[in-house]
Ligand binder design. Structure first.
Ligand code: 13P
Length: 248
């Protein structure tokens, strides 16, 4: 079973999401060995919950607050997402790390709040181009994972998926090669082995994200150690996206 996650980012009004979802549902082949989650914008979650019910497609969100509740104007809590029917939430996407200055400590709190509220988590990690060029990929991945998962119990990793998303590959049209992906994914599993156990390292779900398209999806999702893909741009076009899923 491969996991495919769509990150719709800040696209789609609720009406656009409705049309997108109707199209996706009619094209999604449940019998294929794919678990599909659509991470919609907050304002599209209610239409997502309504339309995805009983379809086998899961509802996801793209972020949550590290706080439980209270005076945090404009924030959305884990409890709110759970009540909105969300199954899984993305945490630590590089766009949040870079553009909104989210740090590993906050990401760690977000993961704990998400798990406490019964949500699954997709933790995004990945190096910048400068880190890649100075051979700091492993160091970056290790720090991001260790700090994000600090204080978690091993059994909680069942609800955590890690997505390897090199920042330079996101939205650039320049995906990492299978070799680079396998190198990153192996490093991620090694950190899990060192911090938790070999069993946890083998069992944790690891995805790749960054310029995944219909030409590279098959090779990427079949790379060693890769359990699926997190897809941005290519998930926006419903026809193209269902076609892409069929190529997994
Ligand atoms: P692209 O697929 O557009 O490169 O985006 C990847 C991403 O950010 C997934 O979270």
């Amino acid at each position: 079973m491969k996991k495919i996650i769509a990150n719709i980012k800040m696209n789609q009004t609720p009406i656009q999401s409705r049309d997108y979802l109707i199209n996706m549902i009619s094209r999604f082949d449940n019998s294929k060995n794919v678990e599909l989650t659509l991470c919609l914008p907050y304002t599209s979650l209610s239409i997502g919950r309504l339309l995805l019910d009983d379809t086998g497609i899961k509802l996801g969100a793209q972020n949550l607050s590290e706080e439980e509740c209270g005076s945090y104007t404009g924030e959305i809590s884990g409890g709110m997402l759970k009540c909105a029917g969300v199954d899984t939430v993305i945490v630590g996407h590089s766009e949040r790390r870079v553009k909104f200055k989210e740090n590993n400590k906050q990401i760690n709190k977000k993961i704990k709040v998400a798990l406490k509220n019964g949500l699954g988590v997709i933790l995004c990690v990945g190096e910048s181009l400068a880190e890649k060029n100075t051979l700091k990929t492993l160091e970056t991945l290790k720090t991001q994972i260790e700090e994000a998962l600090k204080g978690l119990y091993e059994n909680e990793l069942e609800r955590v998926t890690i997505s390897y998303e090199p920042i330079w590959a996101i939205g650039s049209g320049k995906n990492a090669t299978v070799r680079e992906i396998e190198y990153g994914v192996k490093a991620i599993r090694k950190v899990i082995e060192d911090d938790f156990s070999l069993k946890a390292a083998k069992e944790i779900c690891v995805l790749y994200g960054g310029s995944v398209n219909n030409k590279n999806i098959h090779a990427i999702t079949h790379a060693k150690g890769v359990n699926g893909a997190l897809i941005g741009g290519a998930s926006l076009e419903e026809g193209g996206f269902s076609n892409l899923i069929s190529l997994v």
